[in-house]
Design a protein around this ligand. Structure first.
Ligand code: AMP
Length: 185
């Protein structure tokens, strides 16, 4: 199984990705997590991407695509993988198709965790106040939402035009959403 999981920030995509990867024995590849770890470790990659993460902007495509190319070559991906937070742009989605073609594979599922925008905004505001985020972080979150609607949301149409997209209702408990996701596979 080679899965892409799409969804807005606050849609619960990350939580669902962890559960799904565990349930199906897939390598869970979160580009955001890889980059946050690189920043924490102060690696060369970390130094390059820190500013983008801090500002809530997307890291340049060629950097993320290079990272995915390397990651998909690792042996744990042979049993299947789950991409969480990648692709984020049309360019990334097209590069992923080309990269998979090169290695003779294709995606088996593209799922979008669908949550209405007003619910997402409510969740994000709640999370921000619970975590006592500063105004600065609220600004970063607003930026991430803006980037999502402008650059990532159109990916659903891209995969839909390839006949690959399945939408899953993201409302309800974590368990309910997970059950719907597994049923959609
Ligand atoms: P996430 O944890 O997926 O929300 O990602 C956190 C941050 O990492 C994003 O706001 C971006 O700055 C960066 N990032 C993660 N994945 C990508 C990607 N596929 N393309 C560009 N930037 C990304």
């Amino acid at each position: 199984m080679r899965v892409v999981l799409l969804g807005a920030p606050g849609a619960g995509k990350g939580t669902q990705a962890v559960l799904l990867a565990q349930a199906k024995g897939l390598a869970h590849i979160s580009t955001g997590q890889i980059m946050r770890e690189a920043v924490a470790a102060g690696s060369g990659l970390g130094v390059k991407v820190k500013g983008f993460l801090d500002r809530g902007e997307l890291v340049p495509d060629e950097l993320v695509i290079g990272l995915i190319r390397e990651r998909l070559g690792k042996s744990d991906c042979k049993a299947g993988f789950l991409l969480d937070g990648f692709p984020r742009t049309l360019e990334q989605a097209k590069s992923l198709q080309a990269l998979l073609k090169e290695i003779g594979l294709d995606l088996t599922h593209v799922l979008e965790v669908d949550v209405p925008e007003e619910v997402i905004l409510g969740r994000i505001n709640k999370r921000a106040s619970e975590q006592g985020r500063s105004d600065d972080s609220a600004e970063v979150l607003a930026k991430r939402m803006e980037v999502y609607w402008a650059q990532t949301a159109p990916l659903a149409s891209f995969y839909d035009s390839l006949g690959m997209l399945r939408r899953v209702n993201g409302l309800g408990t974590v368990e309910e959403v997970q059950e719907r996701i597994q049923k959609a596979l």
